[in-house]
Design a binder for this molecule. Sequence first.
Ligand SMILES: [Mn+2]
Length: 407
Amino acid sequence: MRLIHTSDWHLGRTLHSENLLPHQAGFLRWLLDEAVRQQAGAVVVAGDIYDRAVPSLDAVRLLDATLLRFAQARIPVILTSGNHDSAVRLGFGAGLSEAAGIHLRTSVADLARPVLLADEHGPVAVYGVPYLLPDAVMADLGVQSRTHEAVLAEAARLIRADAAARGIGRTVVAAHAFVTGGQPAESERDIRVGGVADVPAAVFAGFSYVALGHLHGAQRAGPPPGPGPGPLTGDSVTKSTVIRYSGSPLAFSFSEKDHRKSVTLAEIDAAGQVRTTALHTPVPRPLREVRGTLDSLLARADQHGADAELAGLAGAWVKVVLTDTVRPAAPMERLREKWPHTLVLDFAPEGQLTSSDADLERLASATDPVEICGMFVEFTSGGPADDTHRAVLRAAVEAAQHAESAA
Ligand SMILES: [Mn+2]
């Protein structure tokens, strides 16, 4: 059985005000082509389908059109809700769409109701666990402890019981969680709201494959691959469990500029052993970061390809870190003349500016309000206040003091 595992589509998300929807649409067209080409038995999407609980109209239209195309191609899709999704909105019409092979798993009541697939070796049961906020589901699951570990452990117990009752040994579980030891990126919303977030990988012991969402970098979770038993060797289940994050299909922050984005092809053999392969997703634009003073960067940009570090920046989404000690005028406009997709500007002045700790010490020992305002000018402009600045500041401070004493 060949499954494609993906997650964290975040339809409707922007990258520093850049609309990603056309690129998300491109990814979804690619995904359908790839699913056909790989003869995938199903596509599993492990949460954060939309970027928001109330998604934009264009994001809703894109998902609607995408699911219709998968249904027409007769490729089953199993989708769960993530911490960004509204489970109720995403799950609308789930009963109807199930008849067309689109399986929305957004409720606690459905988490142990598998989507049953089959190949020449027999059945594979795919379970979709929606994002479980402990506060919201503790009562339903009969769990006393307000932790992600407790609610997911109970979900896993229910799933094991269902698979055992059906006599199915090949099991896939999709879940949206932070598994202990994972490497986060800047674009994931903190999942710690409502209880301890970490879930030990051992919670998922015994399943053939665990398709995780939430972390945006593709990575393996749990014990390293290799022969031998999985993390839990009790009961009759001794085969190793493969647990993976597919990661997001697109980069959503500059902290992901070095990620090679992908979906995961998971091949499950007759014995339930799983082999995974990364299928690299299309890259709309690379993300790049450069650093220097504005004038030096602009001069280097003019060397037309002679400067290898800056090659290709005109076609990239660019973050520029300016090291000027005095903040230059209209830096974004000037950079965009060279690199039209510059999205982020950061200032990291080099030289006389000191650390924020030292700034705070100076601030604490300063008593003259003009001096304090001068430090603000220095902080924001990257250079000490000059005589003109100081004259303006002194006039403003004196006017304020005068108004106060007159009141
Ligand atoms: Mn996410």
